[in-house]
Design a protein. Sequence first.
Lengths: 325, 324
Amino acid sequence: MSRRDLLIRKLLLSLVTMFVVVAINFVLFRILPGDPVRAVIGRNVKISAEVQQSLREQFGLDKPVFPDQFFSTLGQWARGNLGVSWSLRKPVAEILVAKLWNTLLLIGLGQILSIFLGVVLGLFAGWKRKTALDVGALTFSLIAWATPTFWLGIILLAAGSSWLGLPTRGIVSPENVGKPLYTVIPDLMAHLFLPTLTLSILYLGEYMLIMRSSILEVLSEDYILTAKAKGMSHWQVLWKHALKNAMLPIVTIVALNLGFTVSGAIYIETVFSYDGLGKLFQTALTKQDYPLLQGAFLLLAVSVILANMLADILYTYLDPRVKAS
Amino acid sequence: MQESWLLFKRNLADFWKTFRHNRMGLMGAFLVLTAILLAIFAPLVTTTSPNEIIRDANGRGLTFAPPFVHGPLGTDDAGHDVWAQLAFGARISLTVGFLAGFIAMFVGSLLGILAGYFGGWLDNLIMRITDVLLVIPDLPLMLVLVAAIRQLNLQISPLTVLILVIGLLYWTSTARLVRSQVLTIKERQFVARARAIGAGHIHIIRNHILPQIMPLIVANTVLILSTAILIESGLAFLGLGDPTQPSWGTMLNFAFDRNAISNNAWWFYLPPGLAIVWVSLGCVLLGNVLEEMLNPRLTGHHLEGEARVVKITGEEAAHAQHLG
């Protein structure tokens, strides 16, 4: 398949997925209780019936649900107008942007660490197949897979706080709240250590497994035998011929994993009271703050879809088998 | 009985001959079976009911009592026996996990067979749905769905909502696997012959395709079960379980919310998590072994063994030098 066809295909799929997410969000928004006018201006604000009626007309709520309301809501969302949070009484978009960076910091650190360690360990495990290292790596990844994220978080929280004296909640200590993050880096690191460790342990296993099976597949190719027959050492074969090809699937897996990473962030931020999107999502759920919940869902889903699309595009450029035409 | 089903039974007997020598598989089976037995015999292995409040000599609730001060696993924040909660929690966790897993297996197999066997627009539609579901982050979607369904006040129990949401979202991997198998099987000679002598679609699917893909479906179901149990525990931990029928996830939700960690009540937050790992690890071990046995893949690669392709002896080296 040519690169252009592939790109168009991926782009269309992303658009369809985006549409499905928006449609789900719209339908659920209508199912959930509460007047959409209330959702926009806040639940506890007192307003007269006339003002409500004029707002109703302003938001187009007197028009049919489909297509008028659907597309006008879509337009509002596209412009970043996600309504007002019931519990925090601030525009949802504003709250989301404030928490987004904290979550990106956590996910970013966790992903970089787990990808790096996963690729290295997976490479060795596949190369030294059936040795103690390989069996150990496989056992680790199986156990990591079977362990619930939040429970690992709870254990590390209990162990880290009682034995290492690490902070158990938040992103900085109370005395540092409000200061720019780069001025309190040691404190920030102490807070980030346990959540990042939890995230890394959980995703390390999966990257390791993918890398291991990928390197096994590459090492079974005839060009590896040719390289070996030329008298290259194992290290040379791995570095020059195997590693680059074996790393291709990692690109796709990183993107596909983003969905799981978001799930991981929800659990981990809840356990460590880490002030990010995941914690926000959980709070919105327990407080039944539906505008916030819908906004957070929309943001999380759309970011994952976009990241997947980017990874697909990147893949077509990295994989030489996809021909440019 | 149909000939192909007899074949299936014979394969099963052959399978057991190999399986009983596989340590990983046996270990997985052991983990899963012990958990099922605990769930079935929960009333026999506990002395108190999970909802009974244990009291001390003064009649006050015995809260956060360590193991063996009361029972094998102590008590929780309200004075409930943790071992009893764990044993009865097994019933909830396993029931929700297994039912959700079976729904996912059924939907996935059905859609996979339809897509693979009939092909065309139906195949296209089903595969695009799996593509879309694969990209939407699953946990946020489930949380929003569960919240919305609860608000509808449909009078269905919270556990049923969990079973349906998990079951109806986790069928995609099964559908893809089954579809790819059906695609290869339907091109085989025996299917072409059956079609040639006028066999109908249902006959072909039931008698020729299903027996062939059944082993793979079984292996995949065991793997799906571990996912379903993990997801259930996660949703329950986030407070979406049924507080009146606590599963292992709900127990962890209680432990976390009610300060078991700051009270160092490890007997409250360790056992439920270990139980979840126990079952899901059992399912993964069993499922992986089953899949490997039924679907043999790579057996070796070129960098195994000696560093050189041809061993050069001293004489040959001298000879090569002479030639060079």
